[in-house]
Each structure stands twice: as structure tokens, then as C-alpha cells.
Design a binder for this molecule. Structure first.
Ligand code: HEC
Ligand code: HEC
Length: 195
């Protein structure tokens, strides 16, 4: 028994070494390495470096995944995000979405909207039913995004993009945004950013 093991062991060691040599170059970048680049825009601490860049820390998993998929497909057009998302396969996108969804949503310190603005936003919400999908306090769930505390400049930009269909990945949201008056939308943007 001892002798047999003594004969087998070097073989196992050699096999192990060979396996290591073959497997090493194929080892994929870890998720931590893949998300390093994101911080240069979406922020080292979750606070985006520019106001037109959205918060992705603490965003809903399903929503982040759908956006990466849509950027890659070109359904959501953006010259910055398209090439980045194109380098990912489905499994990467899911893992990246999970990674960011588990982070804590940062506080951008945007001011609460004054009473007249929140009044207008809440009555627009009442007629359109935003919270029917975006849920209480606009926290989102699954493939529906959190809006509470999102950057005001980004909200303004992306709502405008829905209206012109420059953001064409969800025609239903474009229809809804077109059916809402610009004044109501402006109130909603200010209200949501201050939540
Ligand atoms: C060079 C800057 C830059 C880098 C790097 C970058 N992003 Fe973005 N990202 C943006 C901008 C700008 C937008 C907004 C696009 C728009 O207005 O439609 C965006 C949008 C997004 C969105 C959509 C969020 C939403 O609320 O709809 C997701 C998800 C996202 N990025 C994930 C990532 C991930 C993951 C990485 C790293 C793998 C990354 N981004 C790297 C600039 C960047
Ligand atoms: C029928 C369900 C539904 C209703 C009602 C709805 N939304 Fe949405 N909304 C969605 C979904 C789903 C998405 C994600 C679209 C996508 O995948 O790009 C979204 C995306 C958004 C985004 C983009 C967020 C981001 O991070 O880019 C904004 C802003 C938004 N909605 C605002 C509103 C406002 C304001 C209202 C009410 C006036 C509203 N929505 C009503 C389902 C809804």
C-alpha cells in the first residue's frame, strides 16, 4: 500500500502541476477585477463622479442586468456604456448586477423638495400610478429600478431620453413619460432626487 502510494504521488504532483500550467492562462478575470473600471465613473464610494451618471450601488439586481443586456444589444444606446457592456457575457452581467445590488445606496445629499413641488409630484404619481410599479417610496424591485435619491440631473436626462425615444429599450416607459406633462415630470424629478 505504502509503496503504491509512493509511486502514485509524484504522478499526482506532476498532473497537478500540468493542470496548473494549462488552467492558469484560462482563468477568467474575477468579478472584482471586472468591476474596477466602473468606479472611475460610477464612483469609488458609489457616488458618481458626474451628475449625469446614475447611482448603481444598491440598485435592483434585475434592473442592472436588463440595462447591461440592453446596452450590449444596442436597445439602449449610449456610446460609453455600449462598448463596456459588449465585453460581458450573460453570466458576467448577472454577477456584476448582483455585486452592485448588494452595495449600500449612497446619499448624494440632494435637498428635499419644497411642499408645492412634492404636492405636484404626488398628485402626478396619483394619476399616473408610478408607485404601482416603482413601489412604495420609489424603492423599486426586480427589474423595476429604484428612483428614490437618484441623481436629479440623471433623472432629468433619462426621462428626456425616454420622451424622445433616444432611450428606446422600454417603449412602455416612453409612452408613459410622453403622457405626463413636462411640469409634472420636472416636479417628479426634484421630488425623487430628494427622497
Ligand atoms: C466612462 C464612464 C463610465 C464607466 C467606466 C462605466 N459607466 Fe455605467 N454609465 C455611464 C453613464 C454616462 C451612464 C448613463 C447612460 C445614459 O445616460 O443612458 C451609465 C449607465 C449605467 C447603467 C444604467 C443605470 C440606470 O439607472 O439605468 C448601468 C447599470 C451601468 N452604467 C453599469 C456600469 C458598470 C457595471 C460598469 C463597469 C463594468 C460601468 N457602468 C462603467 C458611465 C460609465
Ligand atoms: C407600468 C409600470 C411602470 C409605471 C406605471 C412607471 N414606471 Fe418607470 N419604469 C418601469 C420599468 C419597468 C422601468 C425600467 C425600464 C428599463 O428596463 O429600461 C422604469 C424606468 C424608469 C426610469 C429610469 C430609471 C433609471 O435608473 O434610469 C425612470 C426615471 C422612471 N421609470 C420614472 C417613472 C415615473 C416618474 C413614473 C410615473 C410618472 C413611472 N416611472 C411610472 C415601470 C414603470
Amino acid at each position: 500500500m505504502r509503496g503504491k502510494l509512493g509511486w502514485l504521488n509524484p504522478g499526482v504532483v506532476i498532473l497537478g502541476a500540468l493542470w496548473g500550467a494549462v488552467a492558469a492562462p484560462a482563468v477568467a478575470q474575477s468579478i472584482a477585477e471586472k468591476v474596477e473600471v466602473c468606479a472611475s465613473c460610477h464612483g469609488q464610494n458609489g457616488k458618481p463622479i458626474d451628475k449625469t451618471i446614475p447611482i448603481i450601488w444598491g440598485q435592483q439586481l434585475g434592473y442592472i442586468y436588463i440595462q447591461l443586456r440592453d446596452f450590449k444589444r444596442g436597445d439602449r444606446k449610449n456610446e460609453i456604456m455600449q462598448p463596456i457592456a459588449s465585453s460581458f457575457e450573460k453570466d458576467d452581467m448577472l454577477a456584476i448586477a448582483e455585486y452592485f445590488s448588494k452595495k449600500t445606496w449612497p446619499d448624494l445629499g440632494q435637498p428635499r423638495s419644497p411642499k408645492d413641488v412634492s404636492g405636484r409630484a404626488l398628485s402626478a404619481n396619483h394619476s399616473v400610478g408610478c408607485t404601482g410599479c416603482h413601489l412604495d417610496q420609489f424603492q423599486g424591485d426586480g427589474t423595476v429600478p429604484r428612483l428614490a435619491g437618484q441623481s436629479r440631473e440623471y433623472l432629468t436626462k433619462t426621462i428626456a431620453d425616454f420622451r424622445t425615444r433616444a432611450r428606446g429599450n422600454n417603449p412602455g416607459m416612453s409612452d408613459l413619460m410622453l403622457a405626463t406633462t413636462p411640469d409634472d415630470l420636472a416636479a417628479l424629478e426634484e421630488y425623487l432626487s430628494g427622497l
